[in-house]
Design a protein around this ligand. Structure first.
Ligand code: G4P
Length: 196
């Protein structure tokens, strides 16, 4: 098991066969040293890609994205899910359907923070149905920037998000890939980490 898989087994709570609670280190409380390791691991996988911008979405994508940005020394932009009082003009937007919440939301970033030709790594905490990931990809395309790939902390491989991204030709790197989960345990697909 890699360091994330171990942490998931120790601290994760399987709420149902499709929902994993990991609020002790990812979705509510953040373990900074652990999150730094996650950020570094994502960066290692994209070390040859000359990334110069990281894009994520509020809120739980921000922590791993910031540590990846620190490691690469590049800016981190997070898409907003709600309209901001100060974010008024020059917006790039896309629509994201949440299967979990069964609602569609508009996500946005200021166009001045995503520029044509930039090489963007998209980071998020979970990959489930891939809707958030595709919405973020659309923002990058609208900016005429280049998508180098996706860095995902936890992928639920029994849902179709990865396949949707692969079908569009994107590279997907997930640190933990869950193939099955129940109260009895969690099964992972092979995902070797590059860090020690
Ligand atoms: P999708 O974007 O891949 O299609 O996923 P979906 O609509 O199903 O997910 C909506 C929200 O639920 C996202 O967070 C996503 O990260 C989260 N999520 C999906 N599956 C799980 C799970 O098994 N466990 C946990 N803990 N979260 C899951 P969000 O609502 O945007 O939350 P946040 O980023 O503000 O924390």
């Amino acid at each position: 098991m890699n360091f994330l898989e171990k942490k998931i087994c120790e601290e994760g709570v399987v709420l149902s066969p499709t929902v994993l609670k990991v609020d002790s280190f990812l979705n509510h409380q953040i373990d900074p040293l652990f999150m730094k390791q996650i950020g570094c691991e994502i960066v290692k996988r994209y070390k040859d890609e000359k990334i110069n911008k990281i894009l994520t979405i509020e809120s739980s994508g921000i922590a791993p994205a910031v540590f990846a940005g620190l490691e690469l020394d590049v800016p981190v932009v997070f898409a907003r899910k709600k309209k901001s009082l100060t974010l008024t003009d020059g917006l790039l937007t896309s629509r994201v359907y949440s299967f979990t919440k069964q609602e569609e939301n508009e996500i946005s970033v200021a166009s001045k923070f995503l520029n044509a030709g930039e090489r963007v790594l998209i980071i998020d905490d979970f990959l489930a149905h891939g809707e958030a990931a595709l919405g973020l990809a659309e923002l990058v395309k609208k900016a005429d920037a280049h998508i180098c790939g996706f860095g995902i902390v936890i992928e639920k491989s029994f849902q179709n998000g990865r396949q949707k991204l692969l079908d569009k030709g994107y590279r997907v790197e997930s640190i933990a890939r869950i193939s099955e989960m129940s109260a009895d345990g969690i099964t992972f697909l092979k995902s070797e980490v590059l860090s020690t």
